[in-house]
Structures are given as structure tokens and as C-alpha cells.
Design a protein around this ligand. Structure first.
Ligand code: NAD
Length: 269
């Protein structure tokens, strides 16, 4: 352990699937002290009971503001819901704490508000649609390939409880490909569709296909095709633990940034 003071973290959405993983990952050995666990469910429950005897010894609290007044934090990590994340961020910044939002589905207006909040209060914050380092690398490699191979389709595959389609990562990959392309993709012949929607949807001139099945977690293939060759870049999230490297990196670095930073890229490249 270093002599640096530990980073005090409040976790929102602490009783959820990602929240529990975060509670386990932010250990004192890694330089963190989880000071509050907030959720709208399991209020009053002991975090150790939720984590099978591991992790910090806290009670789940209902209100982030009250939790931060009781136990000041340096960083608020939010894995609750996109509808609540902007309010949580305001609550954090008002008390001088930075936020790291992992919830997906924030709107353009939410992002604008968060940008103004960080700039106005001089408190840095992050919104990170994908904490998996491998997924961020997949997008970077796809961006590189798109310069030379403009013909590409994305197949994203997720668990059957995912609410949105396509995934935010697929959309972001398509946007990066669109911006990196030096040539327009090949125009395909008019197709007779025997099944409606069989060719998927199109965003940023990239066809996207969303697979939803039990047993999957989060997977994506970016398939490039050129004369006589194909290139497939594939990323698989096999366990929620795979997101924790990125979460720890953000919780460690967010206070050294300025304004609102979107995505893990800024900390990796
Ligand atoms: P989950 O449903 O298991 O957990 C969400 C938790 O938040 C629940 O315990 C719920 O009670 C709580 N919650 C909801 N609204 C709340 C509110 N207003 N105040 C306090 N608590 C509230 O979901 P999950 O699988 O853990 O995912 C959570 C979010 O994280 C989703 O938006 C998901 O898309 C996102 N996610 C992001 C990444 C990433 O890499 N950025 C990875 C996985 C999941």
C-alpha cells in the first residue's frame, strides 16, 4: 500500500449487479475507502450480507446527499439508472465530490447539463459508457482499420435483459468508423428482403445487428471486408469483474482532470 491518502468513494446503485462488483473492487489495498453505499432498494441492508461476507461494512442508504453529508467522499461512482444519474451528479458536485457515471442511456441534454455543471463549479467528472479496457481498444482498432477498409458491419450480442438496442458501444464504434473512413463504403445492390429487418439497422452508414440471448453478457464483432480478405475485431465481456480495471482507473484519476470527460479513452491513449 502507498502512503497516499485513500480515495473516499460513495457508490450509488450499490445493491445492483455492477454496484456490488464495485463495492468488492474498491479495496483499501488498492487505495480506496468506500464510505457510503446508496440504493433505492435494500435500504438498511448490510453490504457485507449482500456480498457474502466480503467488502466494506456499511448500511445501504437511500439518499446520496444525506450519505455525503454524513461521510464526505472524493468521488461518487454511479451505476444506478440514467434517469437519476444527473441528479446524483449535482448532489456530488454541490459537496465538492467528482462523479464517475457508468449508467448508460444519458441524453444529449443530460450531457450538456453535466458539462455545464463541471465547468461552472470547477469540479471534474466523467461519463464512461464502457469501462472494459478491451472494448475501448476494440473501438480504437476499428477506427484504425476503417481508414483502409471502409466496408464494415457490426454485430453486437448481449444478455436478454438489456433494455436498449443497439448498444451504446455499437453506436459509438459506428460513429468512430464514420469519422475515420477515408472512402465511402461500397454501394450494395438493391436487395429483396424475404424477412423484414434481416439486414439490421444502419447508423453512421454502418449496418448494425443486435443479438439478444440468455447466456450472453456483452460481446461485439466489428467485421471489415475488402477484396479477397476480411478482418474481424472481436471483444467479449465474460464477467462484470472485467469492467473494474476501468472503474478503478477512473475513480483514481477523475480528480486530476478538468471539466467533463467522456469515455475511458482519455485515460488510456
Ligand atoms: P441493476 O439493475 O442490477 O442495478 C441498478 C441498481 O441501481 C439497482 O440496485 C437499483 O435499485 C438502483 N437504482 C435505480 N435507480 C436508482 C435511484 N434513483 N437511486 C438509487 N439507486 C437506484 O443494473 P446493472 O446491471 O448494475 O447496471 C446499472 C447501469 O450500469 C445500467 O445503466 C447499465 O447499462 C450500466 N452498465 C454500464 C457499464 C459500463 O461499462 N459503463 C457496464 C455494465 C452496466
Amino acid at each position: 500500500m502507498s502512503n497516499e491518502p485513500s480515495i473516499r468513494v460513495a457508490v450509488v446503485g450499490a445493491a445492483g449487479r455492477m454496484g456490488r462488483e464495485v463495492l468488492k473492487a474498491l479495496t483499501p489495498e488498492e487505495g480506496f475507502q468506500v464510505v457510503a453505499a446508496v440504493d433505492r432498494h435494500e435500504i438498511g441492508a448490510k453490504t457485507r450480507d449482500l456480498l457474502g461476507g466480503h467488502g466494506p461494512d456499511l448500511e445501504i442508504e437511500e439518499k446520496l446527499g444525506a450519505a455525503l453529508d454524513r461521510a464526505p467522499a472524493d468521488v461518487v461512482v454511479d451505476f444506478s439508472h440514467h434517469s437519476a444519474a444527473p441528479t446524483h451528479a449535482k448532489s456530488a458536485v454541490k459537496r465538492g465530490a467528482s462523479f464517475v457515471i457508468g449508467c448508460t442511456g444519458l441524453s444529449g441534454d443530460d450531457m450538456k447539463m453535466l458539462r455545464e455543471l463541471c465547468a461552472g463549479q470547477g469540479v471534474p467528472g466523467m461519463v464512461v459508457p464502457n469501462f472494459a479496457v478491451g472494448a475501448v481498444l476494440m473501438m480504437k482498432f476499428a477506427e484504425m482499420a476503417a481508414r483502409w477498409m471502409p466496408d464494415v458491419e457490426i454485430v453486437e450480442m448481449h444478455h436478454d435483459r438489456k433494455e436498449d438496442a443497439p448498444s451504446g458501444t455499437a453506436l459509438l464504434t459506428a460513429e468512430k468508423i464514420f469519422n475515420a473512413r477515408q472512402h465511402a463504403p461500397t454501394k450494395l445492390p438493391e436487395t429483396y428482403f424475404k424477412v423484414p429487418g434481416v439486414r439490421g439497422g444502419v447508423a453512421y452508414e454502418v449496418p448494425l445487428h443486435s443479438v439478444r440471448l440468455p447466456g450472453l453478457l456483452a460481446h461485439q464483432q466489428v467485421i471489415f471486408g475488402g477484396p479477397g480478405e476480411t478482418l474481424t475485431i472481436r471483444h467479449d465481456s465474460l464477467d462484470r469483474a472485467g469492467f473494474m480495471h476501468g472503474v478503478k482507473l477512473c475513480a483514481r484519476k477523475v480528480r486530476s482532470l478538468s471539466g467533463l470527460v467522456v469515455g475511458l479513452d482519455r485515460l488510456l491513449f
